[in-house]
Design a protein around this ligand. Structure first.
Ligand code: TPP
Ligand code: MG
Length: 904
């Protein structure tokens, strides 16, 4: 016992001596010198005696920026506090009023309440709408903090009071404000939809990377802008939040700053009740190579921390779980004293000069403008890696009993009169008691000191934020000559539609006008799509060029990485690739650059896997072309059920401004892409495209010379082939799409030759377009009963075509069925409902019943049900009878007892 004490005694002495020496080095050489010394010591210990220091991914639970190293605050703290209070009040009032007027309309008070200081410091000192080089910062605002952003815009005079009144009532006369950031709904205000959690952070990473891409390729000359992403600590649990963080460090994205509001709570309760979210995130991000800045304690704590020579306080801070910290927020100062400091008399002694009241009000770092400013300054000045600022705050800060730190706070939308009064008094809003009940908005006069101050700050920083603007001027249309070879077809040679597309892409890349704007994006699948020749032609983008001699350098197809490389070869990440697509497809607005992205991927891993990002792209008015490669449930042979896509066109239906095409022929692709570039980049429409392309080699025909074919291709339907057969009573119309068009053409030949059915063939390039237009007509007709009814394009086009309509595609039957009510006749749909199989194309098409023989059978069966056929039979004519059908089944070699593909 005595010996241990003695050992301890020596240890204490020894420790003290080392600490004194270190203090001396610190005072003489500063923190950097001390840091180097410590590194040398660690190295020496390891080399000399194999001392292995225990791995720690975290630093102690204290602020990263040492209080003595804080820069002076560059503004008037008092003025900024008053402005912040006004923003707080109006943000709260907006939600409370909206819910008083319309029960259940929703909104969030507590998210912004906890983040107000983070935003206000940034708005007054960091967010550049324009910097000296003409560059700008882009900011991803946390979706649920929207009321705070609106409240500030109201004070700036950018949003009138009437609109504030209509928060979440967008359909009110005069318009309202959308719940969350939606560029679709507020195209001059919001830039980035962020409310689907996790999509903000991943977008921000790829956006920051795309900015470097633009700069390295010489397309963007202004520099120095930062990408800020303000995020929730609960949000960091989304896989998309963390999934791409190593890209940011690998690419040394020092133009990227994450600000995580660590209020320790999410919707239901604590983010990490039994742990510490700040430490966990620090470990993750440090491990990934980010610069981590923690802002945990406010200035009130500085004297205590400085007096904590033995590290007792810091150790105690590190012991407490987040669940317990949250309890301190709602409990009294006495509880805090007893529970936190009461474990050690020395800790108690540290705070004996503070009253319970004072203890309860000790501010956290995220609520202290000086600490937040210091952290942001350090983040902005940091070079060589991305930065994450982890700021500790209290959820519902300022709401007091109405929610501060409580688990219900996220959902709090109403404050009673007492709570309003307390809030008003705490933040010093000059609204008299008598008027409080309705939580009125409050804005001081334009010439008040507060408004003048905030206007001046924004002027200094280049203007208001957020502001969305189309900054690019329209492109010229791509010359017709570029596409002409595709109108000619392949003269009997076989080519897949993927090959056709890649050839078109390669030509576009060479075009002197538009070439430099083309951004091919591919998630490690270029070889699958036969795109490897592009590696050499335009290079793969790499921010460092190519630091190694690539294999096969002597060949034409070597893996060429270059600083000015044009291809974004993203590796295996469809989500990341989609974010690059979005960054490129919105640069026309964000950076005034008309980049045209072409993102090609396995169609199965698109709308199904990253559908939420595609929805976001739509909201963001993103432009560009999504290419669902190796498409079609029966066209992609061998790959089986996790690869074979037969439903992406169904999943494309919900996205309002996404045009979806399933082209069969080279010339169709040419017409669609040419027109797409025009509509998006010349006419400036807020649309984007989805095209499926297959890998089955097929002879691409010449474009039929018929008037209106272009229009037909774009609108979704045109007649491809008219039967030569005259004088026959049996007539049918076949509708084909994508690779199944070639089965349709085979069926047409069989029907004519073996069954005497005169058969026309139609190419349906887009069921979605047909459905949308027909629906529009039907709606208009319902609303205008006295006017001449509009006839949908599909009805007009198919009018008078005799016989039943048989539609066959590589997609689900529901796709053609979506237009059935507008088809002037009986429609039978053949499609690929069900799980795919590993098989060859012929077997797959037999299994899914979309091959020529099933198309023939479906046609004969439909003819048998036709009125004319019934009549023929009565007349003893040549109508199709059940017996004939039975024979056809036999002759065609169809097994009537085979399993149903839809459910097997
Ligand atoms: C993908 C997704 N899932 C769920 C939600 C619903 N939701 C909205 S806010 C919220 C909690 C947010 O917590 P946190 O990220 O910590 O933000 P805080 O409000 O605490 O700042 C949840 C679950 C959402 N918006 N997006
Ligand atoms: Mg939170």
């Amino acid at each position: 016992m005595a010996e241990t004490q003695q050992t301890n005694g020596i240890e204490v002495l020894e420790t003290r001596e080392w600490l004194d020496s270190l203090d001396y080095v610190l005072s003489q050489g500063g923190p950097e010198r001390a840091g180097r010394l410590l590194q040398q010591l660690a190295l020496h210990a390891r080399r000399a005696a194999g001392v292995n220091l225990p791995f720690t991914a975290t630093t102690p639970y204290q602020n990263t920026v040492y209080s003595k190293a804080q820069p002076p605050f560059p503004g008037s703290q008092e003025m900024e506090r008053r402005i912040k209070s006004l923003v707080r009040w109006n943000a709260m009032a907006m939600v409370v009023r909206a819910n008083k007027i319309q029960e259940g309309i929703g909104g969030h008070i507590s998210t912004f309440a906890s983040a107000a200081t983070l935003y206000e410091v940034a708005f007054n000192h960091f967010f550049h709408a324009s910097n000296e080089s003409g560059d700008r910062d882009v900011v991803y605002f946390q979706g649920h903090a929207a009321p705070g952003i609106y409240a500030r815009a109201y004070l700036e005079g950018r949003i009138p009071k009437e609109k504030l009144e209509n928060f979440r009532r967008e359909l009110k006369p005069g318009g309202g404000l959308s719940s969350y950031p939606h560029p679709w709904l507020m195209p001059e205000f919001w830039e980035f939809p962020t409310v689907s959690m996790g999509l903000g952070p991943i977008q921000a990473i790829y956006h920051a990377r795309f900015i470097k891409y633009l700069e390295n390729r010489g397309l963007k000359t202004s520099t120095g802008g930062k990408v800020w992403a303000f995020l929730g600590d609960g949000e960091m649990d989304e896989p998309e939040s963390l999934g791409s963080i190593t890209l940011a460090s690998r690419e040394r994205l020092d133009n990227l700053i994450f600000g995580v509001n660590c209020n320790l709570q999410r919707l239901d309760g604590p983010v990490r009740g039994n742990g510490k979210i700040i430490q966990e995130l620090e470990a993750i991000f440090r491990g990934a190579g980010w610069n981590v800045i923690k802002v945990i304690w406010g200035g009130d704590w500085d004297p205590l921390i400085q007096a904590d020579r033995d590290g007792l306080l810091v150790r105690r801070m590190g012991e407490i779980t987040d669940g317990q910290y949250q309890k301190y927020f709602v409990e009294s100062g006495a509880y805090f004293r007893q529970n936190f400091f009461g474990t050690d008399p020395r800790l108690l002694k540290m705070v004996e000069h503070l009253s319970d009241e004072q203890l309860a009000r000790m501010r956290l770092g995220g609520h202290d403008p000086i600490k937040v400013h210091a952290a942001f300054r350090a983040a902005v000045d940091h070079t060589g890696s991305p930065t994450i600022v982890l700021a500790k705050t209290i959820k519902g800060y300022g709401l007091g009993e109405a929610g501060e730190g409580k688990n219900i706070t996220h959902q709090q939308k109403k404050l009673n009169d007492d709570e309003l009064q307390i809030f008003r008094s705490r933040f010093g809003i000059p609204i008299p008691d008598g008027e409080l009940h309705n939580a009125p908005f409050y804005r001081p006069a334009d010439d008040s000191a507060e408004i003048k101050y905030m206007q001046e700050r924004r002027k200094q920083l280049g203007g208001y934020m957020p502001t969305r603007r189309v900054r690019a001027t329209p492109l010229k249309p791509v010359p017709e000559a570029l596409f002409e070879e595709f109108y000619k077809g392949t003269e009997g040679r076989e080519a897949s539609t993927t090959m056709v597309f890649v050839r078109m892409l390669s030509k576009l890349l060479r075009d002197p006008e538009v070439g430099k704007f083309i951004v091919p994006v591919v998630p490690d699948e270029a070889r699958t799509f036969g795109m490897e020749a592009l590696f050499r032609q335009v290079g793969i983008y790499s921010s460092v060029g190519q630091l190694y001699p690539p294999v096969h350098m002597d060949t034409l197809l070597y893996y060429k990485e270059a600083k000015h490389g044009q291809i974004l070869e993203e590796g295996i990440t469809e989500a990341g690739s989609m974010c690059s697509f979005i960054a490129a497809g919105t640069a026309y607005a964000n950076h005034g650059i008309n980049t045209i992205p072409f993102f090609i991927y396995y169609s199965m891993f698109g709308l199904q896997r990253i559908g939420d990002l595609i929805w976001l792209a739509a909201d963001m008015r993103c432009r560009g072309f999504l290419l669902g490669g190796t498409a079609g449930r029966t066209t992609l042979a061998g790959e089986g059920l996790q690869h074979q896509d037969g439903h992406s066109h169904v999943l494309a239906l919900p996205v309002p401004n996404l045009l979806a095409y399933d082209p069969a022929f080279a010339y169709e692709i040419a017409i669609i892409i040419q027109d797409g570039i025009k509509r998006m980049y010349v006419d400036g429409e807020s649309i984007f495209y989805y095209l499926t392309v297959g890998n089955e080699p097929l002879p691409m025909p010449e474009m039929p010379k018929q008037p209106g074919i272009r229009d037909g291709i774009l609108r979704g339907l045109y007649r491809y082939h008219t039967s030569d057969k005259k004088n026959t009573k049996l007539r049918a119309q076949l509708l084909g799409s994508g690779a199944i068009m070639f089965e349709v053409l085979k069926a047409q030949a069989i029907l004519e030759k073996d069954y005497g059915v005169a058969t026309d063939v139609w190419s349906v390039t887009s069921y979605k377009e047909l459905y949308r237009e027909a629906n529009d007509c039907a709606r208009w007709n319902m609303l205008h009963p006295t006017k001449t009814p509009k006839v949908p394009y599909v009805t007009q086009t198919l009018k008078g075509a005799p016989g039943p309509f048989i539609a066959a595609s590589d997609y689900m039957k529901v796709l053609p069925e979506s237009i059935a009510q507008w088809v002037p006749g009986k429609l039978v749909s053949l499609g690929t409902d069900g799980f795919g199989r590993s098989e060859n194309r012929a077997s797959l098409r037999d299994f899914f019943e979309v091959d020529a023989k099933h198309i023939v059978l479906a046609t004969l069966h439909a003819l048998a049900g036709e009125k004319s056929s019934e009549k023929d039979k009565k007349d003893g004519g040549e109508g199709v009878t059940a017996k004939m059908l039975e024979k056809a089944i036999r002759d065609l070699g169809i097994d009537p007892e085979k399993r149903t593909p839809a459910t097997s």
